[in-house]
Design a protein around this ligand. Structure first.
Ligand code: URA
Length: 429
């Protein structure tokens, strides 16, 4: 086959054949297609799109580039959640132990943060002793013993995606619905879950800025999952404002523990419970019936918290150890009195990133204690001169740039200027 022919076919709006797709992914993974040629093809796909059959085959080819885990012999049904990424999105932390406490097993391969969105592994690594890298055998043992495991994807899973994602990141081809769908789903199918719930974020802090694109991404991924025998549903959820009141690694772990202890911000609780119910249902367990505990009850009765402690200990962490704190703090005061009518997730994420919570390059280290505490969320009252944000950083020099990111990030007005937004916008199945 000739790669230039494949590039030309897509450039001119044609449909790639299954043979072309299998060959391109295989040859690229083996290093037989030059990066610039794959970049040209990715851009052609970005501009011309792919048909349902093409996306499905592209996903399969990436899946076939590596190993596929199998947990179908476990006593519990397996289920997982994947979020397309947001600001303050710590939901995996309370969700995994909650679903485990209700009777399903959650094999969760997670990533690290890049850019303004945080990564689950960075958050969990702020727990002293906790280890993200597990062998497949260790992963299975933790899953059997505790009902959940959250770890880094080994290099053997969907290696084609690993290579292609790095290329897309530097060629302006990340925000393509077929490429995002195939990238996420190849990894999720490789992880061996029996069912999957996708949390597709919509709004300023998300990849998808409008509901129509988010719905299209959700539809594409749900179809791929179901076509491959993994029962898949998606919730479209709001990411116009950050989730919860804490943005930053250890800050978010502390907030997740509050939720697991029966408290915490209402939006984090609502989304945890909504996603947990979807996961249990997708796994064939009906919450609140046949002895299956409802997730809201697991948060209230301490069983989810117990499950969190087991999960953390099983990966070497100490759930009772104090979490790291940043060396410096700066408080930003509200410039006016009124109601917060807008709080931009992207800009808060950018501020947290500038404070050291995120990384600019894959090899950078994150600061565990860095981040932003939100003293008021949209719809809440503030008084001029009272704290609006607390910034946390290890170096005081970081504060000015973070404050700049927050300058246009919020509006304060009167109650009439604020309209509540539903957290769960739609469900796609
Ligand atoms: N997350 C992924 O894993 N892949 C993408 O393409 C985008 C977000």
């Amino acid at each position: 086959m000739d790669v230039i022919e494949v590039i030309r076919a897509k450039r001119d709006g044609g449909e790639l054949t299954p043979e072309q797709i299998d060959w391109v992914i295989g040859a690229y993974t083996r290093g037989e297609i030059a990066e610039e040629q794959m970049a040209a093809l990715a851009m052609a796909i970005f501009l011309k799109g792919m048909k349902r059959g093409e996306v499905s085959r592209w996903t399969e080819a990436m899946l076939a580039s590596g190993e596929r885990l199998d947990f179908s012999d476990l006593a519990r049904p397996t289920t997982d959640k994947h979020s397309t990424g947001g600001v303050g999105d710590k939901i995996t932390l309370p969700l995994t132990p909650t679903v485990a406490a209700c009777g399903a097993a959650v094999p969760q391969l997670s990533g690290r943060g890049l850019g303004h969105t945080g990564g689950t592994l960075d958050k969990l690594e702020s727990v002293p002793g906790w280890r993200a890298s597990l062998s497949t055998q260790e992963m299975r043992r933790v899953l059997v013993d505790t009902g959940g495991v959250i770890c880094a994807a080994g290099s053997g899973l969907a290696p084609a995606d690993r290579k292609l994602y790095a290329l897309r990141d530097v060629t302006g081809t990340v925000e393509s619905i077929p490429l995002i769908a195939a990238s996420i789903m190849s990894k999720k199918l490789a992880e061996g879950t029996g069912s999957l719930v996708l949390d597709v974020k919509v709004g300023s802090g998300a990849f998808m800025k409008d509901v129509a694109s988010a719905r299209e991404l959700a539809r594409t991924m749900v179809d791929i999952g179901n076509d491959h025998g993994v029962r898949t549903v998606a919730l479209l959820t709001d990411m116009e404002a950050p989730l919860g009141r804490q943005v930053g690694n250890a800050l978010e772990v502390a907030e997740a523990v509050e939720v697991l202890s029966g408290g915490g911000p209402v939006d984090v609780v609502e989304l945890t419970v909504a996603l947990a119910r979807q996961m249990l249902t997708a796994a064939g367990l009906v919450p609140g019936e046949d002895g299956v505990k409802d997730p809201a009850e697991a948060l209230r009765d301490g069983s989810a918290l117990e499950s969190w402690k087991n999960l953390i200990r099983a990966q070497g962490g100490d759930p009772n150890a104090p979490l790291p704190e940043a060396a410096e703090r700066r408080v930003v005061l509200a410039p006016a009195s009124g109601v917060v009518t807008r709080l931009d997730a992207y800009q808060v994420g950018l501020a947290a990133w500038r404070l050291g919570a995120g990384r600019a390059r894959k090899e950078d280290a994150v600061s565990f204690g860095a981040g932003v505490t939100l003293h008021a969320k949209p719809g809440e009252k503030v008084t001029a001169g009272e704290p609006l944000f607390t910034l946390h950083a290890d170096e005081a020099e970081r504060f000015d740039r973070a404050v700049q990111a927050l300058e246009g990030a919020f509006d304060i007005g009167d109650k009439e200027g604020w309209k509540a937004r539903p957290l769960v916008i739609d469900r796609v199945s």
